[in-house]
Design a protein around this ligand. Structure first.
Ligand code: S3P
Length: 429
């Protein structure tokens, strides 16, 4: 069976932000039609960008940007909903904009750490107020133009932190260098090059160094087609790896940026058969991934690959419950700063289902079992926790009730319908 998944969440947000900062019209297609995209588009509209209705079918959206210096003070508080990427990238943009704006979000977003971006942005000259505990939303940013240049050693490998600083440099007219402990997803770097910036990057003593080396004074409108989200594709592919559907499942037209694809390496290591077919290379690699079930075995996941599969770890922990032996996940303390503490959410929920799990500060060990897994799990307002258990519940004789299925809508509208369709489809060869 061949399917497609909704547009990439990371690329959708970046395309919306950069087109809003361009002069003239941009044409975007394939955008995610989900909660996080709607939140970021809403905030950008309040800042003056004209963004057409986001269509459910990935059809074209026209954006009329305001120019790098053209954002206007919004009439009310900007509500970024559940979107960590939208809020952190916009804090960077606003820091260099000369505009004052207050950002907030839902309970999950209001519990997430923001100092990781406000600290470097403060060094660059922006001012922040009203941070609860000095750390969380709601927050008021007083943008400053021009900002001062920065060379920032980020303690976390985070594309959101890196992107906030690079975007602040772009909008605030400042040099910006970020060194991260390991390379995180590089979508912002690729897209900045696409709009005329020079971005240098490479290994550094303390990790991976990225510099905004030359900044354009203005951005022209551009066309951008967003491919499917590999982080969403991972769920049906994981289901296929577990033997759901009997045999092969292909997700076509999906983003295959190498900073995002480590989940496919791990599926292979676990024993699934993974076939990748690259289409013509554009600014972002795109292609088709086919997964055939295998007898899954436990694996070790950690080190350099963690940022390249950080969003897929809930799914991999769920698959591990059905793999032979122990799967050990380490170096993933960042999971505790996601939409919920994903280490504790996976540990608690897997235990509810009778799976043996050991919690570690930076990960977990999951002992696979072939006993049927039954029980009610809590998504904790986290789309990926909900979907990970959706996949596990859709194979064999497992019966898993997910308390809040709607959580999936921020990144994968239609997920449950797709799962039902797949589970009901006859096996393919
Ligand atoms: C994202 C970066 C990652 C990822 C998130 C999207 C992005 O977060 O978990 O889903 O689009 O930049 P961190 O930057 O916090 O690692």
């Amino acid at each position: 069976m061949i399917i497609r998944v909704p547009g990439d969440k990371s690329l959708t947000q970046r395309a919306l932000i950069l087109s809003s900062l361009a002069e003239g019209e941009s044409r975007l297609s394939g955008l995610l039609y989900g909660g996080d995209a709607a939140s970021t588009a809403g905030a950008l509209r309040a800042l003056g960008a004209e963004i057409g209705e986001l269509p459910a079918d990935g059809g074209e959206v026209r954006v009329r940007g305001v120019g790098l210096g053209g954002l206007r003070t919004p009439a009310s508080v900007l509500d970024l909903g559940n979107s960590g990427t939208g809020s952190r990238l916009l804090l960077g943009v606003l820091a260099g904009s000369g505009v004052t704006a207050t950002l907030t979000g839902d309970a999950s977003l209001r519990s997430r750490p923001m100092r990781r971006v406000t600290e470097p942005l403060t060094r660059m000259g922006a001012r922040f107020e009203h941070l609860a505990d000095g750390e969380r939303l709601p927050i008021t940013v007083h943008g400053t133009r021009p900002l001062q240049g920065i060379e920032w050693q980020s303690p976390v490998a985070s594309a959101q932190v890196k992107s906030a600083i690079l975007l602040a440099g772009l909008v605030g007219g400042a040099d910006a260098t970020v060194i991260e402990p390991r390379q995180s997803r590089d979508h912002t770097e690729r897209m900045l090059r696409g709009v005329g910036a020079t971005v240098d990057e490479g290994p550094a003593d303390a990790g991976w160094r990225v510099s905004l080396a030359a900044r354009p004074d203005r951005l022209d409108g551009f066309d951008f087609a967003v491919p499917g989200d590999i982080s969403s594709a991972a769920f049906p592919l994981g289901w296929a790896a577990l033997g759901g559907g009997g045999d092969a499942l292909t997700v076509e037209h999906v983003g295959l940026n190498p900073t995002r694809t480590a989940v496919l390496d791990v599926l292979r290591r676990m024993g699934a058969d993974v076939d990748i077919e690259l289409d013509d290379a554009g600014p972002e690699p795109v292609g088709a991934v086919t997964v055939r079930a295998g007898v899954l075995r436990g694996v070790d996941i950690g080190g350099e690959e963690v940022p390249r599969l950080i969003d897929e770890l809930p799914l991999l922990a769920a698959l591990a419950a059905r793999a032979e032996g122990v799967t050990s996940i380490r170096d993933a303390e960042e999971l505790r700063a996601k939409e919920t503490d994903r280490i504790s959410a996976m540990v608690d929920n897997l235990r509810v289902l009778g799976v043996e799990v050991e919690e570690h500060p930076d990960g977990l060990d999951v002992q696979g079992t072939d006993r049927p897994l039954r029980g009610r799990v809590e998504s904790r307002d986290d789309h990926r926790i909900a979907m990970a258990f959706g996949v596990l519940g859709a194979v064999g004789s497992n019966e898993i009730e997910v308390d809040d299925r709607a959580a999936a809508g921020v990144s994968f509208p239609g997920f449950w319908e797709l799962l039902e369709r797949l589970a009901g489809a006859p096996p393919t060869a």
